[in-house]
Ligand binder design. Sequence first.
Ligand code: 6R9
Length: 658
Amino acid sequence: MSNTSIDSLQHEERRFPPTASFSATAVATSALYDEAKADRLAFWARQSRDLLHWHKDFTQTLDWSNAPFARWFADGELNVAYNCLDRHVLAGNGDRIAIHWEGEPGDSRDISYAELTAEVKRAANLLTKLGIGKGDRVAIYLPMIPEAVVSMLAVARVGAVHSVIFGGFSAESLRSRIDDASAKLVITADGGWRKGRVSPLKPAVDGALAKEGDLSVEHVLVVKRCDNDVEWTEGRDLWWHEEIETVDAEHEAEAFEAEQPLFILYTSGTTGKPKGILHTTGGYLTQVAFTHKNVFDLHPETDVYWCTADVGWITGHSYVVYGPLANGATQVLYEGTPDTPHPGRWWEIIQKYGVTIFYTAPTAIRSFMKLGREIPDSFDLSSLRVLGSVGEPINPEAWVWYREVIGGGSTPIVDTWWQTETGAIMISALPGVTITKPGSAQVPVPGITIEVLDEAGTPVPAGGGGLLAVTEPWPSMLRGIWGDPERFKETYWDKFAAVLDKPVYFAGDGARLDEDGDIWLLGRVDDVMNVSGHRLSTAEIESALVSHPIVAESAVVGAADETTGQAVVAFVILRSEHVEHQTPDEASALLRIHVSEQIGAIARPREIFIVAELPKTRSGKIMRRLLQDVAEGRAIGDTTTLADTSVMQIISDKLSKG
Ligand code: 6R9
């Protein structure tokens, strides 16, 4: 076994071919792969012209002469908001619902394309009045309310650049992001509803702007959502509802160059300061529209689409705001948490709106598995016809549960691999086309070239494991890290620069190819463990654990070990119905044997800790780095990006008590 490849342990025999009736009306066909293969650039040029309205057509598809800085459709001109709004109204679809908005306390609003367009026009005029124009940065710190979507589109409409920050990030995180981008305006709310309570937002903005030396922010625009008390800085702070009344209702969308920046989105990564990932307009909108339509089999006249992601995550940018609206889709937007006021809230929303396409994260699926199928079974989910997954590898057992319990045993599942940096989906099955396999993201979408390489840049053979790489530029690729071109090159392009003679993008994920050439994601390369010289991925051992009927969720880390270099240490959440019946010692003994049987003795955990929660980011990713701190008995590192910062304390208290 070579020392740089990742050993592959998982086997999966189940296959789910598309039904003839699904394929008969499917948006995607296998011809897309052929077309893209014949001429990749011509394929993207056609998609772009078919899917978008260009105020001025482009003459060159890709300029890669200054690689790795790409320019797509560079001499074309378009307006992103016009593409997401006005053109649908002009085409006669103004009455179509754009957003079924559902507030956590149960208030709701149906917003048509005509209404959304009207709101964005006013908001654009307000931005202009506040001195925001082309290229200016606007920080958006809002809950999941319609104004979040309106703000993003209004910023895009005037050619400015948004930086959306997760509602609930601390004043400190907010400040560093506002500072890094020198934002002129912050759009926030008094608060938002979370878990049945008002969660204030304005104090964090006040805190972020309180320190000396911040001159970039001129105004704070505040949406009144919860009516909670807020502090007010006269001259700086303005109420959204008052200001919006003072501006004109008409606004004509001006066309901007295709490489005009659209947004900066900060990703934390494991070390160092957050990276401001920069995306531009023409290429980004092309690929999000293409993937949203084909990966989700969107029929905009009849489908009701719901992506549960927060707009503070890239998934919210690409598959709540830009993809669905560019395609004229009808979608659900929900403010709150899945379990408020009861654990069936999501299923109730699907039933209420007749949701047909549902896109969520493995972490949510596993938390529903933990609670048992009785809850979803008590709602009518029969409207669902496509299910999607994003954010982490989805364990085969969770995949099958999702299809059986939520999808009624018949819906295609698309496991979509991509990143903040890639901007849009890169690897996924296409419903109606692909024979799906539980646990594998499977194949690059048409027009995308991906390979699994070893450290020398050589493609691994079928069955092998290595590093996931994108070998040709793609339309929605990041254009850089805000203010730091060197870091951009270093992080993503230096890895293969020494061994390959063309620029190849290093994604930071481990992957393996199975005998059919399908791609399996193995987790971040930084999390790979080395046990007695065997390189083991977190994803496969976690999937083996989750395949045991008592386990709902697990996280695996490598902890220093005197004999084996590193040893596997697992943290496991049991399914609710088993918590009472199993002592932690029994469960852990049982699961150690189970892992040996499933994937081999080399992967058997040295220790298994039964816990009630795992540390997760706001987008639901497990923060293994913190668990490794616990497993190695170190002080716990930076927890500021956790969704719930108390979780680590609870875990380490529990372990120290034995
Ligand atoms: C969209 C998004 C990116 C990282 C990525 C990978 C993991 C995302 C995945 C997946 C396996 C999938 N990831 N989707 N791993 N299967 N379907 O999540 O963006 O928040 O930037 O995270 O998430 O490790 O590198 P982002």
